[in-house]
Design a binder for this molecule. Structure first.
Ligand code: ZN
Length: 133
């Protein structure tokens, strides 16, 4: 695994949170994107080497809606950049981590993504992401 690629934050209202993070970083989001298959609308902010992804639910049964219900707004996941997502998924599976999908999925910001179940990582949802070529 390489560096932290971004930190994902679950928010109730993306427009409200966009304004907060725009003030915090002094720049608007560089990208906004809907990932229909995941039921999320996202904004990405960049500040120096750091990236923050804000996530809003687009449907009531979206994983983000469930997260907000259970835990409220806040840090949702930590994403690590990987060079080869399939081999990293295989390695982590062999180490006993629980993956949320067998195959990488197409995620936001032009990435292949996969998640580790928070039950196997001390309550923290971990995302692996690989740049799409
Ligand atoms: Zn993410």
């Amino acid at each position: 695994m390489d560096k932290i690629e971004h930190i994902g934050i679950a928010v109730k209202d993306l427009e409200v949170s966009n304004r907060i993070f725009e003030k915090l970083f002094g720049v608007p989001p560089y990208k906004q994107e809907v990932v229909l298959t995941e039921g999320v609308r996202t904004s990405f902010f960049e500040s120096g080497p750091n990236k923050i992804e804000l996530l809003e639910a687009t449907t009531e049964d979206s994983p983000i809606a469930k997260f907000l219900e259970k835990r409220g707004e806040g840090i949702h996941h930590i994403a690590f950049a990987v060079e080869d997502i399939r081999s990293e998924m295989e390695r982590l599976k062999n180490e006993g981590f629980v993956l949320l999908s067998e195959e990488p999925k197409s995620g936001a910001d032009n990435k292949w993504v996969a998640f580790l179940h928070p039950k196997s990582t001390n309550g923290v949802l971990i995302e692996l992401c690989q740049d799409k070529e």
